[in-house]
Design a protein around this ligand. Structure first.
Ligand SMILES: NC(=O)C1=CN([C@@H]2O[C@H](COP(=O)(O)OP(=O)(O)OC[C@H]3O[C@@H](n4cnc5c(N)ncnc54)[C@H](OP(=O)(O)O)[C@@H]3O)[C@@H](O)[C@H]2O)C=CC1
Ligand SMILES: O=C(CO)COP(=O)(O)O
Length: 357
């Protein structure tokens, strides 16, 4: 078995699905890619190019694209699901008749389902009940992968076979795959950072500088950690590629679609115009709403997510929101070292005259 090429199926014909299919093929796997548009599938097979999502880049000619899901899934050992969160469950349901419990199912999608605040690998689990389930997440701009820029990702699963086979399938000269057993944390990191990428794009369009971006990213990490703890997740996972790593790339690059939506908003476009102009999925727009509602319901302090929600959905001007955030209550740098409450209590004591210089 070790000498036989691994059979990999990719569900999704967008930029990331296409980039992953090409990596696996570069690495010697037999790769079939499913997309719902038969004409685009035909073009990929004929020209080895995805004119809709990655027009500038050559796809490994060994990738076979098809709109026949049964044929794509037949005999696949590893199934990568690269479908935006809004359509993820539907596509998994469509695929279900041709999936079997020996297969490894991996989500690559950085989004959250509104009902039940479910992450995509939880949907894979619910829809199949299979054991070999994982996620891929990390600083992985599809366009840079398509250029074969040196890139790292994380495969996360509590199942060692899943981690190992994904590392074998995708690790190559330009793509390195690190392992984690914290599936929930890795997946949560990938979803949350999209929120702050929108904020970073907006800040850039408003002419704010590098100090601002650095503050934004670091406070985003603090807020993400607080949210993770409230959900019983391990905030240490955010120190890795799927947290800090992805936050850095997505908050710094025009190649990020979430960043671009934020940038367009900062330039004065409204949300519908910004999303329409993008023409691809920016998961962060929906994630802001879901995370803000969940934080409110669970009493988690997330001023950036709340502020961004008010800018996107309640018409508060971004500059005004930035001013309010800067003038917010005094806080702690690293809350795992000095709790936020301790800072606030000290302020109250000084203001009440209980502590004097
Ligand atoms: N692009 C990137 O750099 C990265 C993306 N990701 C994540 O990967 C996920 C997928 O993203 P990506 O490939 O970039 O997305 P794209 O927006 O580039 O493409 C989306 C793909 O999903 C298909 N699709 C959408 N709705 C349906 C549906 N109802 N049924 C079947 N197919 C559907 C689209 O088909 P059609 O064209 O026919 O609409 C298209 O093939 C996202 O959640 C993203 O967060 C993760 C890391 C990097
Ligand atoms: O997740 C990504 C990079 O790691 C891609 O980000 P966008 O979805 O914002 O393009």
């Amino acid at each position: 078995m070790a000498d036989e090429p691994m059979r990999v199926a990719v569900l999704g014909g967008g930029s990331f699905g296409t980039a992953l299919a090409s990596i696996a093929a570069d690495n010697g796997a037999r790769v079939c890619q499913w997309l719902r548009d038969p004409q685009l599938a035909e073009q990929i097979n004929r020209e080895h190019r995805n004119s809709r999502y990655l027009p500038e880049y050559a796809i490994n000619p060994a990738v076979r694209a098809s709109s026949d899901m049964q044929a794509v899934l037949e005999g696949a050992e590893l199934v990568l699901v690269a479908i935006p969160s809004k359509a993820f469950r539907d596509v998994v349901r469509q695929a279900r008749p041709w999936l079997n419990a020996d297969q490894i199912l991996v989500s690559t999608t950085k989004g959250i389902q509104e009902e039940g605040f479910k992450l995509m690998s939880q949907i894979l689990e619910e829809e199949t009940g299979f054991a070999h389930i994982g996620v891929i997440s990390g600083p992985n701009l599809a366009t840079e992968i398509a250029q074969k820029q040196l890139t790292a990702t994380v495969v996360a699963s509590d199942d060692a076979l899943t981690r190992t086979r994904v590392q074998q399938a995708l690790s190559c000269d330009y793509f390195r795959v690190y392992a984690s057993n914290d599936r929930y944390g890795v997946e949560l990191g990938g979803s949350l950072k999209n929120i702050y990428a929108i904020a970073a794009g907006m800040a850039a369009a408003l002419g704010m500088g590098e100090n601002t971006r650095s503050m934004l990213m670091t406070r985003a990490l603090a807020e993400m950690g607080r949210f993770a703890v409230s959900l019983g997740a391990n905030p240490m996972t955010f120190l890795g590629l799927a947290g800090v790593g992805d936050l850095i790339v997505t908050c710094s690059s025009q190649l990020s679609r979430n960043y671009r939506v934020g940038y367009a908003l900062g330039q004065g476009k409204n949300l519908d115009e910004a999303v329409e102009a993008l023409g691809q999925v920016a998961e962060g727009v929906n994630t802001i709403r879901l995370v803000r509602d969940k934080a409110q319901a669970d009493g988690v302090y997330m001023p950036l997510a709340e502020g961004l929600y008010q800018v996107l959905f309640e018409g508060v001007p971004a500059r005004e929101m930035a001013r309010m955030l800067m003038r917010g209550e005094q806080s702690s740098d690293v809350e795992f070292v000095l709790p936020r409450e301790a800072v606030q209590q000290a302020h109250r004591r000084v203001e009440a005259g209980e502590e004097k210089p």
